[in-house]
Design a protein around this ligand. Structure first.
Ligand code: SIN
Ligand code: FE2
Length: 217
């Protein structure tokens, strides 16, 4: 069946799913650009390969990470920080692709945060079994800016917690193309990712790629 009259209209975006004031899930927001985003991720990773960072406590993180943009998030025995250089080779991080900046700006705007101009994009790669324990994003210079988090590839269960680590966390299913934005009163919420289940996606194989945009300086 065709809808005649409506054939020329762009698909209308789904309304945001509000987790709490300042935090929402934009379902499918990155879907149209997903293949281009993943191609850009490959280009970044060709220059700055994915690696497993070590926490200040000496544990190897199960999530593999790299970065693009002016600043990259890194962790080692001395702590967590943002650095202009990739510690593996002493080079600047690859620049943030224009496509990334535009998507981050538009997603933030759709969530009610105007003028978001990220200078850091952390790229997380998860395989089945990989998890990210509850944490706050608090290494950035100022919390006035939101976090924009883009999910690509195989599904994950995102944990949306509270202001304290011990607060009960909600489980939010995230799939390819979903974007989560949190800022304002929700900026310092605890969040994490449950261990991924075995799965395969045509664009990423057995991986989930997450792009986390921040204004770090
Ligand atoms: C993060 O908190 O850095 C990543 C969250 C996610 O992978 O969805
Ligand atoms: Fe985080």
């Amino acid at each position: 069946m065709t809808l005649g009259l409506f054939d020329d209209l762009p698909p209308s975006p789904l309304p945001p799913e509000v987790l709490e004031p300042g935090a929402m899930v934009l379902r499918g927001f990155a879907l149209a650009q997903a293949a281009d985003l993943l191609q850009a991720v490959q280009q970044v990773a060709a220059q700055a390969p994915f690696r497993h960072l070590v926490t200040p406590g000496g544990l190897r993180m199960s999530v593999a990470m790299t970065n693009c943009g002016k600043l990259g998030w890194v962790s080692d025995r001395s702590g967590y920080r943002y650095d202009r250089m990739d510690p593996d080779d002493g080079q600047l991080w690859p620049p943030m692709p224009a496509l990334f900046k535009r998507l981050a700006l538009e997603a933030a705007q759709a969530a009610g945060f105007e003028g978001f101009a990220p200078d850091a994009c952390l790229i997380n790669r998860y395989a089945p079994g990989t998890r990210l324990s509850l944490h706050q994003d608090r290494d950035e210079g100022n919390y006035a800016h939101p976090i924009v988090s883009v999910s690509l590839g195989i599904p994950a269960v995102f944990l949306w917690g509270g202001a304290q680590r011990a607060d009960k966390a909600r489980r939010i299913a995230l799939v390819h193309g979903d974007v989560v934005v949190w800022g304002g009163p929700a900026r310092l919420r605890f969040h994490g990712v449950l261990p991924l289940r075995e799965a395969s996606h045509p664009l990423t194989g057995a991986h989930r790629i997450n792009l986390t945009f921040r204004k770090a300086s």
